[in-house]
Design a protein around this ligand. Structure first.
Ligand SMILES: C[S@@+](CC[C@H](N)C(=O)[O-])C[C@H]1O[C@@H](n2cnc3c(N)ncnc32)[C@H](O)[C@@H]1O
Length: 364
């Protein structure tokens, strides 16, 4: 195409509306950081229990510094999250907004996910190096990653565990009640395992994770709850091998960012007793970019991939599969690992993830 033709094809109106869209994106990024602050400080929770209040009243109720609270409130008002009455200089969080921004909100707490924006943003300088060198990161590079992750899985895994998730595995609850061996591979802070250990005292639960700080947190919680049937250990699962030891093996969002996902899945298969079951949650996108254009919060998952899941795998010397490795890849790898039957489930409460129930044949 000639320069003249390119110039006449240029759509000025489209350029202007795209500029507006980019402005909106930058503004929304700032709003996400402030939603994260509202979650971490407890300001949303405090405001959800108060009538309209001045910045001084809200700051006092939250035990925070008024000057910062006032600035945060201004960001929330201009974002359309908090309502402001100029006549009385009071602020109010509508209950319809509190429904998805608070710890007791009836629609879950989306503010948890807003934390991802400052968390991944804090990696910018290191990421710039990775783009040049191809290098990778360590879990310790991410401030509060395991706290964020535990809050995420509290919503997608722990709360619906007994009513929605364990029923995916036929007969699981009955077997857990009578007493079986269970592994959580890449357990993080171990909330799912702790909930199961409390519910099923006849079963024995083991949690392994690479990160000592996450395991310490899990151990403390198990100790505080006086649970005798759960054990947590710092363990690099690369080359994992404990043949025929477990009846149920679980991994919640913990395969794709490992050094060697295929090696791990094969090790998990071998660690099952014949007839045992592997229950796996992972990101539910497709391996093909063109299939993910309408996937919920797809840009967030590709960002998580670029700034967390890919670099932590590469940082372990791994292949860097990435967050959006895709359910097709996961399913293929489960087959290569040896699983004879693999069921795939998409659950309404957890639109970003796919759930796999894979079985080792009783005679395998
Ligand atoms: C996305 S987090 C999920 C944690 C937890 N399952 C949850 O749902 O909260 C992935 C976990 O895998 C662990 N992990 C990554 N590579 C590992 C490895 N090579 N060995 C053991 N754990 C590993 C990380 O430490 C992290 O806790």
């Amino acid at each position: 195409m000639s320069n003249q033709a390119l110039l006449s094809a240029y759509d000025r109106q489209e350029a202007e509306s795209f500029l507006e869209r980019v402005s909106d994106i930058i503004n929304a990024g700032a709003q996400a950081i402030m939603i994260s602050i509202g979650h971490r400080t407890g300001l949303f929770d405090v405001m959800s229990t108060m009538p309209a209040g001045t910045s001084a009243e809200i700051a006092a109720e939250a035990a925070l510094a008024e000057r910062y609270v006032r600035e945060w409130l201004a960001a929330m008002v201009t974002a359309g999250i908090v309502r402001y009455d100029a006549a009385t200089a009071t602020y109010r969080l509508p209950s319809e907004h509190a429904a998805c921004l608070t710890r007791k909100g009836e629609m879950g707490n989306l503010a948890v996910y807003a934390q991802a924006i400052p968390l991944f943003g804090s990696m910018q300088e290191k990421a710039l190096e990775f783009f040049e060198t191809g290098g990778g990161s360590r879990y310790e590079d991410y401030p509060c990653f395991h706290r964020f992750m535990a809050e995420d899985s509290d919503q997608t895994v722990v709360t619906p565990l007994f009513d929605t998730i364990l029923p995916l595995v036929d007969g699981a609850s009955e077997r857990l009640e009578s007493g079986i061996e269970v592994l959580d591979a890449g357990c993080g802070r171990g909330h799912a395992l702790i909930a199961m250990a409390a519910r099923f005292p006849n079963s024995r639960f083991t949690g392994y994770d690479l990160c000592a700080d996450a395991i310490e947190h899990a151990r403390n919680e198990a100790r505080n709850r006086a649970l005798q049937n759960v054990r947590f250990e710092v363990r690099d699962l690369t080359g994992f091998s404990e043949p025929r030891r477990f009846d149920l093996v679980m991994s919640f969002d913990a395969v794709h960012d490992q050094k060697d996902p295929q090696g791990l899945l094969s090790g998990l298969y071998r660690s099952l007793k014949p007839g045992g079951v592997h229950l796996m949650q992972d990101i539910g996108g497709s391996a093909r970019l063109e299939n993910n254009l309408d996937f919920p919060m797809a840009s967030l998952w590709y960002t998580a991939s670029c700034l967390h899941c890919t670099p932590v795998s590469i940082g372990q010397g791994g292949e860097g599969l990435g967050t959006m490795w895709g359910w097709e890849t996961a399913e293929r790898m489960l087959g290569i690992a040896g699983f004879q039957s693999v069921e795939r489930h998409f659950l309404p409460h957890d639109p970003a993830n796919v759930w796999f129930v894979s079985r080792r044949a009783p005679d395998a």
